[in-house]
Design a protein around this ligand. Structure first.
Ligand code: 4AD
Ligand code: MG
Length: 468
């Protein structure tokens, strides 16, 4: 079938041309004069095309008068200038073929507005709604903007494994991957599970981050990035956590923390600029229906510098804020979302890049700084904080000194033998390098204003929920 997409028909196809379109009925209106207006959507853009079907069509009585929301149709006709408001053109149907009816009594996506909670129970049909269509298109454009950004700068796209034996973040939040029988796994003499008999002859997990495996490519080929699904078995029921999410992780050779922050800021600005310019229809919808400030916020950020400041100074600001924090704050404590949001939303009213966190709350791979004047130990970490979301990016300069790295592994109670290959990078031709991870869903949330992370990924995985 030589199908014209509705986006093309609405914006580019010349008036007078015969075209064929396919789509799903959103609404139908039958006029007294003996014709029907069918509004069709095919996902190619936010807007519907209006189809005019005359009563003289052979299947007018049999099919067209009974069309309802959700029916699939293929329409052939001539594109004519629109008489109505808003649209350039409409389609005068020569043929309307009904492919699939949708029982109006049962179809779960009726015209009335549904709650996002309800739509999560209909994850297979929610892409037919305005909101989820728009989210899918913006998410798609963000991903291509990310690839563009790195490809234009000669970063290599490297595929890191999903099944891994290492715990990058050291938080013990990993899903096991095993073919052993859950009810009766083989045991060793000392009573522990005998992973030697498992599929990989060792214990393996779903990756929490591609960082450890992308670093060797950085330390051989220069600037690289990995972009794929990551998994965390953390029992966090929040609007910002998923058990399965996508992360883009660049890793830059001969780069320090400042350079790392520069790339992060430039990348976010590139993404936001692209979304503003290329997703205007979808963004207008989000701005009107989801968050009235979302476009203004993105525009402001694109045109301003991010604040950069050390963790120690951030803690001082928080201590002096005069707020009743749910989680107490003090040097050495990890910052919670409430603290992060205060800094970016209220105090600075701007994205903030916090750097140089205490070593004790960060993973082993971050570069150890000189102790501060009070002898406190920090690492060259950075978190990028944005309004409403809090942390959108986490990154660091990596520890390139073998002895210091091994010291940190000991402090973190790690088995150094498991990371022999990672340490090799520091044994043979070590270089300063740095990188970060951007949580894709948090970025989509930020761009669209969607309040819950479960609504910016097609099939959310959260504690007690892996439907579809
Ligand atoms: O700060 P994180 O844990 O950093 C890392 O994994 C590093 N290895 C990245 C690197 O340096 N290459 O995670 C990075 C980002 C967070 O800032 C957040 O945006 C997102 O990943 N993230 C999550 N997104 C959704 N659900 C979760 N449970 C997330 N955990 C982290
Ligand atoms: Mg983090």
């Amino acid at each position: 079938m030589n199908r014209t997409k509705i986006k093309q028909a609405l914006t580019q196809t010349p008036v007078g041309q015969d075209i064929t379109i396919g789509g799903w009925v959103r609404t139908v209106r039958h006029s007294k004069g003996g014709f029907s207006f069918i509004s069709l959507n095919d996902g190619s853009c936010f807007a519907q095309i209006q189809v005019i079907a005359d009563k003289d069509l052979p299947n007018y009585e049999s099919d067209i008068v009974s069309l309802t929301a959700g029916c699939s149709v293929v329409v052939t006709g001539v594109l004519v200038e629109s008489q109505g408001k808003g649209q350039r053109v409409e389609l005068q149907a020569g043929e309307v073929r009904l492919l699939g009816a949708a029982d109006a009594e049962k179809y779960p996506m009726q015209q009335k507005r549904h709650t996002f909670e309800y739509l999560r129970t209909q994850a297979h049909l929610r892409p037919r709604t305005n909101t989820f269509g728009a989210v899918a298109r913006v998410r798609n454009r963000i991903c291509s903007a990310i690839h563009e950004f790195f490809q234009q700068r000669d970063f290599l796209y490297v595929h890191t494994p999903i099944i891994t034996a290492s715990d990058c973040e050291g938080a013990g939040e990993m899903f096991n991957v095993t073919t052993l029988e859950a009810a009766a796994p083989p045991k060793t003499d000392d009573g522990t599970i005998d992973y030697d008999q498992d599929f990989f002859s060792r214990q393996t997990f779903l990756t929490v981050s591609g960082q450890l495996e992308v670093e060797p490519y950085c330390c051989s080929l220069g600037d690289v990035y990995t972009f794929g699904p990551t998994f965390r078995a953390e029992n966090s029921n929040t609007p910002r956590h998923l058990a399965e999410f996508w992360m883009v992780e660049p890793e830059m050779a001969f780069c320090d923390l400042q350079g790392d922050a520069d790339v992060a800021e430039e990348m976010l600005k590139h993404i936001f600029k692209t979304v503003l310019s290329d997703c205007d229809e979808d963004m207008a919808f989000f701005n009107q229906r989801i968050d009235k400030t979302v476009i203004e916020t993105l525009q402001h950020i694109v045109n301003s510098d991010f604040v950069r400041l050390p963790y120690t100074e951030a803690v001082e600001i928080l201590e002096k804020a005069g707020k009743q924090w749910e989680y107490p704050v003090g040097w050495g404590t990890d910052l919670q979302t409430e603290h992060e949001r205060y800094l970016t939303e209220e105090h600075f009213k701007s994205p903030v890049i916090l750097t140089d966190y205490p070593a004790s709350i960060k993973p082993f791979y971050m570069r150890v700084n000189e102790p501060d004047a009070d002898g406190r130990q920090t690492v060259a970490a950075m978190d990028v904080l944005v309004p409403k979301i809090g942390e959108i990016i986490g990154g660091a300069q990596r520890e390139e000194r073998l002895d210091v790295l091994e010291g940190r592994m000991d402090e973190c109670d790690m088995n150094k033998d498991d990371y022999w290959w990672y340490a090799d990078l520091r044994r043979y031709g070590t270089i300063p390098h740095a990188g970060f991870g951007l949580g894709l869903e948090r970025c989509v949330q930020f761009c669209t204003g969607m309040a819950n992370i479960r609504d910016v990924i097609p099939y959310p995985r959260t504690p007690r929920n892996a439907d579809f």
